[in-house]
Ligand binder design. Structure first.
Ligand SMILES: [Zn+2]
Length: 308
């Protein structure tokens, strides 16, 4: 059965819970798309590329929110972070608040289903654009964290890595009167904070050499390390198909793997609330809640005799 193109099914319609009564266009398209995703997975050898949408059910809002529109924000750039202590102060003050949410987040049904599919051999590799570490927490310890992870810290001077937990303890000691009043958190652990709170924040140097500490994540304006990019290409090359989960593919660092898969003749399927920059490459598009959808697919594929 051929898949109905779903480029018109944006978040405005796709993110609504199923209404009662008939839903001819979207309902049929979703069912067809799901069947195609299930067929791809049943064949095994599927590489997964996940994004912020997979972690929203863990309480980490994505960059777009329910409206599907990008939220106005000014993300920290690598240049701003490395140029001045003021830039670093702004980052660490905001991130000190945001880290509470990230550190307290647990993997959801979507992360668990991906791990289940990996164990059953249907998924052969996972690339994630998320820095929340939730694939790892779900047991997918070899997930390639394309943009790094917030739970690690690296010293820009001596390159020593340490845990965010340790730094968090030091920052809390240095900033005992700091009030956690952050409003809105982003997937990278950043929140909006009033200037006076930022100015009063005290940052911590590397405990080993006194150098500059940076979260072990790829900032805007910073390239992904080449060996890590190659690892992702290898993963896609070794796969039969690529399944995108919860990413609008806005940034090129993720989109390039979709283009690469399409260019090398591998089917691409996308499960995401709303349109993506990779839709033109997709053989199947599904706008459906990820946790429930993936859990359903994993359960069905776990059956000894899946329906044709
Ligand atoms: Zn150091």
């Amino acid at each position: 059965m051929r898949i109905r193109p779903m480029t018109g099914n944006t978040a405005a319609g796709g993110s609504q819970p199923p209404a009662d009564g008939p839903q001819p266009a979207d309902g049929t398209a979703t069912a067809d798309g799901l069947r195609e995703v299930g067929r791809l997975l049943a064949g095994g050898g599927v590489a997964v590329l996940s994004g912020a949408g997979l972690s929203t059910e863990s309480g980490i809002p994505d960059y777009r929110g329910e409206t599907g529109r990008a939220r106005p924000r000014t993300p920290m750039t690598y240049q701003e972070f490395t140029a001045s202590e003021d830039g670093r102060r702004r980052y660490w003050a905001r991130s000190h608040v945001g880290w509470r949410t990230i550190a307290g987040a647990l993997p959801n049904a979507g992360h668990r289903a991906v791990e289940e599919l990996r164990r059953s051999g249907h998924v052969t590799g996972v690339i994630t654009q998320n820095v929340d570490g939730l694939h790892r927490a779900a047991g997918t310890v070899d997930a390639v964290e394309l943009h790094g992870a917030l739970d690690r810290v690296v010293c820009l001077d001596c390159r020593r890595t340490s845990t965010r937990r340790e730094l968090d303890r030091r920052l809390s000691e240095l900033n005992t009167g700091f009030r956690d009043t952050g409003s809105r958190i982003n997937p990278d652990g950043d929140v909006d904070l009033p200037d006076e709170l930022v100015h009063a924040f005290r940052i911590a140097p590397c405990a080993a050499c006194g150098g500059v500490l940076k979260p072990d994540v790829v900032f805007f304006g910073e390239g992904v390390p080449k060996p890590r990019v190659q690892q992702c290409y290898d993963l896609v090359d070794a796969a039969r198909a690529l399944l995108v989960l919860g990413s609008s593919l806005t940034v090129l660092s993720g989109l390039r793997f979709v283009r690469h898969a399409a260019r090398t003749g591998k089917p691409v399927a996308i499960v995401n609330q709303g349109a993506t920059r990779g839709d033109e490459f997709a053989a199947a598009r599904v706008a459906a809640p990820l946790g429930e959808t993936l859990a359903g697919l994993a359960a069905r594929l776990g059956q000894p005799d899946p329906a044709p």
